[in-house]
Design a protein around this ligand. Structure first.
Ligand SMILES: [Zn+2]
Length: 427
């Protein structure tokens, strides 16, 4: 399996820079660059299909050369239709060398997942008018957007400590809810709406960087070493599991983990969003340029007029809040157990996650991720509906003897997270 860094190396763009100073002649003129993806050990040429893809062409933009098997499962109500389409496309068996090129694939068994998905699909068809946002959810986000714009206005015209902290936290709640769901295609049935809302990530992050780090590497490979969010040990800065290698400085892990995670988020916004230019796709390049422009406009202006402290405070508040909400769902002793069956897609998605109960009034502060298990299982269904789906998932887990991690409250989940960090700080 591979990291995000090695995913970069599997992309055709980067191969151009590795000792090939002269580009192949056909690359400029002959036009159609073939777009190939892997599905169940076969390589498919989807070049002529992506524009007809009902979920939008944009979902393919960073998947060139990748194994899309997990994503075909995650985002389609059933496999019949996508598999019928794939049969009509040019294909060839995966060669043994492809294992090296596309090693972000993971040998999952989907049997249980398909069974669970069938039950959820029947429920959605029978009881929900839509699996995307309802008008109520649109309305809720509209007023959140008004508050966000108001805070952004205050920040641009006269930043103060409180305004910056509130803006950081609120933008995390609002944008994580809107853009996170939009980039999962779970806001609207119209792909263009999802694509446009995804750009709300700017100026905090490049949407394409999020797409690769979150949608592809994280959701397709939860809590494995392919998951950048999990495999922190690769940087030597910390570890999220007792099974990861130990370094002497990890003894202070539980103290420095929050500021560190916050810095990692800031690094994604300031450095990685730009660095991904030239590595993923042309679309990602455009996203990086858009990120640079909006970042300089939003943070540079205030930085020059009022000092760098305020922009950094917004970014730090955003990062710290994001980490506090998202880490407790993934990084606990239960979620990082070495005996979780990583070969079974369904079991891995469920047992690598934790849910916690929150009140209806405060749910927007957690941007739907209090139902992390259901989100890992069905990212294409809006988090608005996850509370109802959770009952089906819980019943399924009880029947199949799968551990369903549910905490009574956020503080209880946070306590588990903290205790796990303390545990990881020991050799
Ligand atoms: Zn997600």
């Amino acid at each position: 399996m591979r990291s995000g860094a090695s995913l970069l190396q599997s992309m055709p763009e980067i191969k151009k820079t590795q000792g090939h100073k002269t580009k192949p002649k056909q690359s400029k003129r002959t036009d159609v660059r073939r777009m190939k993806v892997l599905y169940k050990q076969r390589k498919y040429d989807v070049s002529n299909f992506i524009r007809r893809h009902p979920g939008g062409a944009h979902v393919f933009r960073n998947l060139e050369g990748q194994d899309v098997t997990p994503f075909v499962h995650l985002y389609h109500p059933c496999l019949q239709k996508p598999e019928e389409v794939l049969k009509t496309l040019p294909s060839e068996p995966m060669r043994c060398t492809d294992h090296v090129s596309y090693s972000s694939s993971y040998p999952y068994d989907y049997t249980l997942y398909l069974e669970l998905k069938e039950r959820v699909r029947s429920f959605v068809d029978a009881h929900l008018s839509t699996s995307k946002w309802t008008w109520r959810n649109w309305f809720r986000h509209a007023w959140m957007g008004v508050v966000y714009c108001w805070l952004a206005f205050l920040y641009l015209t006269g930043p103060t400590f409180c305004v910056c902290v509130f803006l950081g936290v609120w933008s995390c709640c609002f944008l994580s809810s809107v853009c996170h769901e939009a980039l999962h295609n779970s806001v609207s049935r119209t792909p263009l709406v999802n694509q446009c809302l995804g750009y709300g990530m700017l100026p905090f992050l490049s949407p394409s960087l999020w797409d690769v780090d979150h949608n592809i590497l994280h959701h397709g490979h939860v809590n494995t070493d392919t998951d950048n969010d999990f495999a922190l040990f690769r940087s030597g800065m910390g570890r999220n599991s007792r099974s990861h290698p130990y370094r002497p400085w990890y003894r202070f892990l539980y103290l420095y983990m929050w500021p560190l995670a916050c810095l990692v988020m800031m690094k994604k916004g300031i450095y990685k969003s730009v660095r991904c230019m030239g590595h993923y796709s042309k679309h990602a390049d455009a996203d990086s340029i858009a990120h640079c422009i909006t970042f300089v406009a939003f943070f540079g202006y205030v930085g020059i007029v009022h000092g760098c402290f305020y922009p950094l405070l917004v970014l730090a508040s955003f990062g710290l809040y994001f980490v506090c909400i998202t880490q407790v769902n993934h990084i606990t002793a239960n979620n990082t157990r070495t005996d979780i069956d990583k070969q079974d897609f369904c079991i891995n998605q469920i047992e690598s996650s934790t849910n916690y109960r929150v009140s209806a009034l405060s749910s927007f502060l957690f941007f739907g991720l209090n139902y992390q298990i259901e989100h890992h299982l069905f990212p294409g269904i809006s988090t608005e509906h996850h509370g109802r789906i959770a009952e089906i998932v819980q019943a399924f887990c009880a029947e199949k003897n799968i551990r369903y991690n549910l905490k009574a409250s956020y503080p209880a989940a946070f306590r588990d997270y903290f205790l796990h960090l303390v545990d990881c700080s020991k050799p």
